[in-house]
Design a protein around this ligand. Structure first.
Ligand SMILES: NC(=O)c1ccc[n+]([C@@H]2O[C@H](COP(=O)([O-])OP(=O)(O)OC[C@H]3O[C@@H](n4cnc5c(N)ncnc54)[C@H](O)[C@@H]3O)[C@@H](O)[C@H]2O)c1
Length: 256
């Protein structure tokens, strides 16, 4: 379903990013992996290139808060592939103090995390929408979260060493609104901007947390990363040609 689509996955070497890259490749698209250089991202890129070849996949060092790295991806991809059709932003920047409970969040950490994550999604979207304008159109998919529109279910986190950080809720709400704003702002330019908001994704969480989380799901509870693939393909394909400014919630009904 993605033949002819050249898709940049920002945060493409993360838990969800890797899955998205492989889904794009399995559906005949070209995948550009954009992530911070690290042994993990380089190993993943190497494996993908080994499997699919250099014509179908490549790695770009990316910081979603750096204009230079974003422009470099556009310039190099134009030369190598002739275009970028879509961007999936699945990056998850956070600073070293991220994840504290509400009253322990320093003002400076709050601001820094908003800037790195929401600011980075804004910058990436701004640079790519201007590029898409020149190209006659394009497609932006932001990965938000159920916690971008839902009050945290703190009861699920009771007794856990982690919480649902306030910055996360604020950032993800901002991302959903950024998509709506941009979809409308670019009226007439053939630019689509949508969000995919997953619920929790299984990543080895402890049994107690899973039990509480799963009790709020309708048939499965915590989803596997592969459960997002069908919706991602839909968002990137022409099947969703007139879907614009929307937030697709994929959470097994957890948020109901
Ligand atoms: N995992 C979940 O349960 C879940 C649920 C809902 C939403 N989400 C959202 O999905 C997205 C991906 O989450 P994940 O679980 O894969 O996270 P992850 O931490 O596994 O991966 C995020 C990736 O982003 C990269 N990254 C961080 N800062 C960056 C920057 N400045 N520029 C470019 N890349 C950067 C990291 O190197 C990493 O590879 C996030 O936006 C997250 O909020 C995740």
């Amino acid at each position: 379903m993605l033949t002819g689509k050249v898709v940049l996955v920002a945060g493409g070497a993360g838990l969800l990013g890797k899955e998205f890259v492989q889904t794009i490749l399995k559906n005949n698209g070209i995948a550009l992996i954009g992530d911070r250089p690290s042994p993990n991202s380089e190993k993943f890129a190497y494996e993908m290139i080994e499997t699919y070849g250099k014509n179908r996949v490549c790695f770009f060092p990316l910081d979603i808060c750096s204009k230079d790295s974003l422009h470099e991806i556009i310039d190099k991809s134009e030369k190598n592939y002739g275009r970028i059709s879509a961007v999936v932003n699945s990056a998850y920047p956070r600073n070293k103090n991220y994840g504290r409970v509400f009253e322990k969040v320093d003002f400076s950490d709050f601001n820094e995390n908003i800037s790195m994550h929401l600011g980075g999604y804004f910058l990436t979207a701004q640079i790519f929408s201007e590029y898409f304008k020149k190209k006659g159109g394009g497609n932006l998919v932001f990965i938000s979260s159920i916690y971008g529109f839902l009050a945290p279910r703190f009861e699920v986190y009771e007794g856990c060493t982690f919480t649902m950080p306030v910055e996360y809720s604020v950032i993800k709400a901002g991302i959903i609104q950024l998509a709506k704003y941009m979809a409308k702002y670019y009226k007439g330019f053939n630019i689509r901007v949508n969000c995919l908001s997953p619920g929790g994704i299984f990543d080895g969480q402890n049994e107690k947390f899973l039990e509480k989380y799963n009790s709020l799901g309708l048939s499965k509870g915590m989803l596997d990363k592969s459960d997002l693939n069908g919706t991602l393909v839909y968002l990137l394909s022409d099947a969703s040609a007139f879907l614009n400014g929307q937030n697709i919630v994929l959470d097994d009904g957890f948020s109901l």
